[in-house]
Unconditional design. Structure first.
Length: 52
């Protein structure tokens, strides 16, 4: 088997990964937040129409 070399990765990857990870998580949570508002707005509209 091939042996692993210690710290054989490029240092640039170590610097780049955390910001990309943060951006992906921000995107995910933003979508969840927007969809939550959309679902609440639909629920309120449907509730008002049904009450009339």
């Amino acid at each position: 088997m091939g042996e692993r070399k210690g710290a054989g990765h490029k240092p640039n990857y170590v610097i780049v990964i955390p910001p990309i990870n943060r951006q992906l998580l921000d995107l995910l949570f933003s979508l969840v937040y927007m969809m939550d508002d959309l679902i609440r707005a639909r629920w309120l509209t449907t509730g008002r129409v049904g009450a009339i």
